[in-house]
Design a protein around this ligand. Structure first.
Ligand SMILES: Cc1ncc(COP(=O)(O)O)c(C=O)c1O
Length: 411
């Protein structure tokens, strides 16, 4: 009767997050039974079930001055935060990135705010963003809220490698049809699959989008790097694929999405950033102009305490050293679980998708009833189409062998 109370454009809205719902269900059952395995939560937990916090982060939080804690954060971010994020993200390649690109950094409410702002400002209404067919489902919310749609290409080829050919075909088709290409790649450590693209994959993607930009079609490349600090490869190689960027056509805008949630465990603080990069200064000026405006127009500014903490870690060398030592611990917590999971999977001949890092391992299933079958065994995972997603970030080592046996039984 009162459904005309909402604007017409909002009539379709109903938040159906199966991730949140299933997580609640798992928590409720855990209160009744000791053997419940909850592999739903995308937050890193210790073996004792407590969230992994960094003491360096927490210590600082308790010692911030009043302005560092209570004041409004500047819309553009402090220099310590913005330049620190740039240096962290690009690591050993930061100086070269500065030589090759003009850039600007817009602090946002998490990586989510960064993606949502980018979707909104760099597409016309009803246009489509191209992304692989296995993706973090909140991308749908960011898209629909921005009056745009998603269009997918196949993530894998028959060898379970990044499907270059399907990407190329869909990118050319979409850019020809709508005279714009906004491409979103969640790499490295894709959520939900754990796929990491190779340097050759990146070179290929950039060759294709350069070809599109040469036809005077606007191209926006969004790279969501939420899990960059949790790759299976050595830390010193973790930023190497950014070197493919050097070949980008000058008229392409790249937006690298940084999240403070995974790197600093500051999940609830809502801090992240859009890093806009282009060889063309005018394009970066447009990026900054619309980005600043949208921050003010959508959420005014971000969390000051989180910006202060991150800024301090990035500028005070002792703090940074302590943080990096702790990060090595959090990385090994996750790595140990991943290694055990992969070993158990091999032992039990359970086929998983190639995992190269991140909080999730996935597998393909033909069992349409898999979710309920697993719940009957007190196991909670996230079903995503023909995949199930296991959050190793919230598992305990001792749960892994039993979990793999149960998965094997029902897959
Ligand atoms: C793939 C991916 N991108 C971005 C995010 C954004 O996280 P936040 O908004 O907490 O920074 C997440 C969080 O789960 C994610 O999984």
């Amino acid at each position: 009767m009162y459904n005309n109370i909402v604007g017409k454009h909002a009539e379709y809205k109903k938040l159906e997050s199966n991730i949140l719902q299933i997580s609640q269900e798992a928590k409720a059952l855990k209160k009744q039974y000791d053997d419940v395995i909850d592999a739903t939560v995308g937050m890193l937990h210790h073996e004792d079930g407590k969230v992994f916090k960094f003491h360096s982060v927490e210590n600082m939080l308790h010692h911030l001055s009043d302005p560092e804690l209570y004041h409004y954060a500047p819309v553009r971010g402090t220099k310590a935060f913005s330049e620190g994020v740039f240096n962290w993200v690009f690591g050993p390649h930061a100086d070269k990135m500065r030589e090759e690109f003009h850039y600007s950094i817009i602090p946002t409410t998490g990586g989510s705010g960064a993606i949502s702002n980018t979707f909104y400002n760099f597409n016309d209404f009803n246009q489509k963003v191209l992304l692989p067919n296995h993706y973090w489902t909140p991308y749908e919310n960011f898209a629909y809220e921005a009056n745009i749609q998603l269009q997918t290409f196949l993530m894998y080829d028959e060898l379970l490698h990044f499907n270059r050919e399907d990407f190329k075909e869909k990118a050319l088709e979409l850019s020809n049809n709508q005279k714009r290409l906004c491409l979103l790649l969640n790499d490295p450590c894709n959520n939900p699959t754990g796929l990491c693209m190779t340097r050759e994959d990146w070179d290929f993607v950039i060759e294709v989008i350069n070809g599109i930009a040469e036809k005077d079609i606007p191209v926006i490349l969004i790279q969501d790097i939420a899990y960059i600090d949790y790759q299976m490869k050595p830390a010193e190689q973790s930023r190497d694929n950014f070197q493919s960027y050097y070949k980008l056509n000058p008229n392409i805008l790249t937006v690298v999405v940084f999240s403070g949630s995974k790197t600093f465990s500051l999940y609830g603080f809502r801090i992240g950033a859009q890093i806009g990069l282009s060889k063309n200064q005018e394009i970066v000026d447009h990026f900054t102009r619309v980005g600043d405006y949208s921050v003010r127009g959508r959420f005014s500014s971000v969390s000051q305490p989180a910006m202060s903490i991150i800024g301090k870690i990035f500028t005070e060398s002792d703090l940074k050293k302590d943080f990096i030592e702790e990060l090595k611990v959090s990385q090994s917590v996750l790595k140990n679980r991943a290694i055990l999971f992969l070993e158990e999977a091999e032992k039990q001949n359970l086929h998983i998708l190639p995992y190269c890092g991140g909080f999730f391992i996935s597998m393909i299933t033909k069992n349409k009833n898999i979710f309920r079958d697993l719940v009957n065994e007190h196991v909670f995972v996230i079903p995503m189409g023909n995949l199930i997603r296991i959050a190793i970030s919230s598992l305990k080592m001792q749960e892994i062998p039993r979990l793999v046996s149960i998965l094997k039984k029902h897959l």
